[in-house]
Design a protein around this ligand. Structure first.
Ligand code: ZN
Length: 509
């Protein structure tokens, strides 16, 4: 996911009474593993009709008696467990669904209706009605009863029946589209498990552009009809799919789509169908968000998070992989600019600067620059410290081993250590669990045009790690090896240059 600059954080501060003080969503009970969600919806946006039936196949310990499904607001018509009607208790945002006693698997079927108010948005744009969902982090409980935790990914099938005249897009790939009198029925399937916060659909007057990546993978762009001319901003999507597949391992899903919606975030990595904020397109800012959400299809979606506290493994990785695409496609300068920006500490404040905070917090409390930009800069530093071979081997090994398996920060450290053949405890203690940053202190001698510098407070983690400092003055740019400690810019003027570390977060004095 990519927030709009500062927007979500401000919202979180404003909502201290509600969302931000809420306890974090609970992980599923031990031994519980949701396999598949099969959802049938009849939706009429104009008449505000939403009727649904969700069928959840779940494995669980035979000692379990009831499953706490997250579900809110809507009216339940019936609940069946393995075909037998049951009663279920509702308590706040929990639905306690009884499970088959003495059994290790249950099929829970819930029929419900109402007009969802959480994770579900109905709006208008240019006279067109638009309905879409946005389930991050667990707001899907407003329209789908389920185990809304990133560590329990599942497959998904959605049958959506609409009045004729609406176009729809959803997670997974489209398998059937039927016209039934005055209605149309879409059927999508997501056959590779992904977290529930990536299950989504959108209904609008879309204009569809179809292409392919690598000759066979269908790639679709769903643009709001009045913005269809902006679809060209997504033209490098197949190139990015090829680059990430080559760098990390094969793309896991059987299609990819981008869907333009007037959403609250800049983008959201819904499974195999990223949603992109409508306003990005007129501003010509869609590509970078698209690349970020695409990268999540590898990290965040195919490799799910063990806990919300590990969010940097999804957001920091997507942010860094985006810069790697620009390094690959547009060259080193395009990447260096982004590495400098993501590592810029000035004007950034956060009450908590550790990448991983052990005490539980609500997921929205993690939405700061820390998991995104500090996360990305720590990955860049790991790349510099380990070398390209070991670093990229570790990313590939992580993608291979943790496909469908929740990834923790500890497990990621183990893979990095194995690939690099070195102990990274001190590095992780400082950069991942720690709150400090090194200080870069510079001195300028105008007579000799010599800049000297010293880096302190890094707890030894930067020793022998090659990275650059960018020196800039009046349109002139020089990159200096940070280890050199000094550089003479003989033909520059006598004013000090601006100094910015390339990709490594530190305070510059
Ligand atoms: Zn993201």
């Amino acid at each position: 996911m990519l927030k709009r600059a500062g927007w979500r954080i401000a919202l979180c501060l404003a909502l201290t009474a509600a969302a931000c003080r809420q306890p974090p969503p609970l992980p599923p009970p031990a031994g519980v593993d949701a396999q598949h969600y099969d959802l049938t919806i009849r939706l009429d946006p104009a008449a505000q009709v939403f009727q649904a039936r969700a069928v959840l196949d779940v494995r669980h310990p035979d000692t379990l008696t009831a499953l706490p499904l997250a579900f809110e607001d809507l009216t339940i018509d019936s609940i069946r467990v393995n075909g037998v009607a049951v009663e279920a208790a509702r308590e706040d945002d929990r639905l306690w669904a009884p499970v088959a006693s003495g059994s290790r698997a249950s099929r829970i079927e819930v029929a419900y209706r109402g007009w969802p108010r959480l994770g579900f948005y109905a709006t208008e744009r240019g006279g067109q009605q638009i309905v879409y969902t946005d389930s991050w982090p667990d707001e899907g409980r407003g329209w789908l009863p389920g185990l809304h935790h990133p560590a329990d990914p599942a497959t998904f099938a959605l049958r959506l029946t609409l009045p004729r005249g609406y176009e729809a897009a959803a997670s997974g790939s489209l398998h059937a589209l039927d016209t039934l009198g005055a209605e149309v029925r879409y059927q999508w399937r997501l056959d590779v498990p992904a977290p529930l916060y990536t299950f989504a659909f959108a209904v609008a007057d879309f204009s569809l552009t179809e292409t392919t990546a690598g000759d066979t993978l269908p790639v679709r762009y769903y643009m709001l009809a009045e913005d269809s001319a902006y679809a060209h901003q997504l033209r490098r999507t197949p190139q990015a799919l090829a680059f990430f597949s080559e760098t990390l391992g094969p793309y896991a899903f059987d299609a990819y789509a981008s869907v333009q919606v007037p959403m609250r975030f800049a983008g959201m990595e819904n499974a195999a169908a990223s949603f992109l904020l409508a306003d990005l397109f007129p501003a010509n800012r869609a590509e970078e968000v698209q690349i970020h959400e695409l990268a999540h299809q590898w990290f965040g979606n195919r490799v799910p998070l063990a806990e919300w506290a590990d969010l940097w493994l999804s957001e920091g990785t997507a942010t860094y992989l985006t810069t790697l695409f620009y390094e690959h496609a547009d060259g080193l300068d395009a990447a260096r600019t982004r590495w400098i920006d993501m590592a810029a500490l000035e004007a950034r404040q956060a009450t908590a600067t550790a990448l991983v905070i052990k005490e539980p917090r609500p997921p929205s409390a993690y939405l700061s620059w820390v998991p995104y930009d500090k996360g990305a800069s720590v990955l860049h530093l790991l790349r510099r410290a380990l070398g390209d071979d070991a670093f990229f081997a570790a990313l590939r090994a992580t993608y291979q081993r943790y496909a469908g398996q929740p990834l923790s920060t500890e497990a990621f450290q183990e893979i990095l250590e194995a690939e690099a053949g070195q102990d990274l405890d001190a590095f992780f203690e400082y950069w991942v669990y720690g709150t400090d940053f090194p200080t870069l202190k510079t001195t300028w001698d105008p007579a000799t045009r010599t800049l000297s510098w010293r880096i302190t407070g890094d707890a030894g983690t930067l020793a022998g790690v090659p990275f650059d400092l960018q020196l800039r003055r009046r349109g002139r740019v020089h990159y200096a090896d940070a280890e050199a400690g000094r550089v003479t810019l003989a033909d520059w003027d006598d004013r000090p240059p601006r100094v910015r570390p390339v990709g490594v977060m530190m305070r510059v004095e």
